[in-house]
Design a binder for this molecule. Structure first.
Ligand SMILES: NC(=O)c1ccc[n+]([C@@H]2O[C@H](COP(=O)([O-])OP(=O)(O)OC[C@H]3O[C@@H](n4cnc5c(N)ncnc54)[C@H](O)[C@@H]3O)[C@@H](O)[C@H]2O)c1
Length: 276
């Protein structure tokens, strides 16, 4: 059970993978400001410890764990650490991810496919697998899975990233139906571009794409903090879809109700991004 604070209110606990940077960091700080105990897991210790210092300065209980989401054993260790520290955890955010490799289907290597699927898709599967057992024991829990608008729109030249994120949406929808009866909630987050360090992990077989995507991210009107706030609002209300970017939310509706118009709009937008 969550511990009580001085006022007797139950202090909630959150664990965030990839919490050392970008969206994971913004989610960590936002929940910390709401009074949660926060634990971040990452493979980047330097950034992780720096975020830990920021979290601790807010006067909440915070922890950093080395947690590589490609290793089931790291997630098992993280779960045990959270049980030892706090007796459990209320929210798990499967956020850690990489940008993958841009390029046409014949150019991107199967090694690169393995890399992005292993982190972006199987990392979320591992997180859900490991923490579902604990959530069932607790009779409560909440998964926030970070997918992407890429998994809904399927833009060209990004097959492996798109497939990894469409897979995250699929796992999330499956678990929403599978786990509801155990009092375990699920939200899936599908943002478009916003500024983070994501393109540090981007590979490309197409000249200039990483730079163009970095520019689009830098000029985005939506920040990591905006997405983190939407996530908090939707999770508190138990809403499944978190679609922070208004234009992409409209595009998604267009795809469902007017697919031919959607195809024309996508063709135009993607021609700009992938112009060679
Ligand atoms: N930034 C965007 O425009 C955007 C858009 C849609 C979705 N997303 C998704 O948001 C999530 C967070 O990415 P971000 O944009 O904040 O990027 P980021 O690079 O700033 O942060 C990603 C974090 O994940 C960590 N990480 C990478 N591999 C890991 C592993 N194997 N184990 C544990 N940690 C690992 C990195 O060290 C980093 O701290 C990702 O899933 C990404 O696909 C980002």
């Amino acid at each position: 059970m969550p511990e009580c604070d001085m006022a007797g209110a139950k202090q909630k606990r959150i664990f965030i993978t990839g919490g050392a940077s970008g969206l994971g960091k913004a989610i960590a700080l936002n929940y910390a400001k709401q009074g949660y105990k926060v634990c971040i897991g990452d493979v980047n210790e330097e950034r992780g410890l720096s975020v830990l210092a920021e979290l601790s300065s807010l006067g909440i209980q915070a922890h950093y764990l080395h947690c590589d989401i490609t290793q089931l054993s790291d997630l098992e260790k993280a779960k045990q650490a959270l049980i030892d520290l706090w007796g459990g955890v209320d929210i798990v955010v499967n956020n850690a991810g990489v940008a993958g490799t841009a390029g046409s289907i014949e150019d991107v290597s199967m090694t690169d496919w393995d890399w992005v699927i292993n982190i972006n898709l199987l990392g979320v599967a591992r997180g859900c697998k490991v923490f579902t057992a604990l959530f069932k024991q607790q009779h409560s829990g909440y998964f926030i899975n970070i997918a992407s608008a890429a998994g809904l729109m399927n833009a060209p030249q990004m097959s492996s990233y798109n497939a990894s994120k469409a897979g995250v949406i699929s796992i999330s929808e499956t678990l929403k139906f599978e786990l509801e009866k155990y009092n375990i909630g699920v939200s899936v987050v599908c943002p478009a571009f916003f500024k983070t360090n994501l393109t540090e992990s981007m590979k490309s077989t197409v000249t200039g794409v990483t730079q163009r995507i970095t520019q689009v991210m830098e000029h985005s009107k939506v920040s990591a903090e905006d997405v983190a706030q939407d996530i908090y609002n939707c999770q508190q209300k138990g809403e499944f879809w978190v679609l922070s970017h208004k234009p992409e939310r409209k595009l998604w509706l267009l795809k469902r109700y007017l697919p031919f118009v959607f195809a024309r709009v996508m063709k135009k937008q993607m021609a700009k991004l992938f112009a060679s």
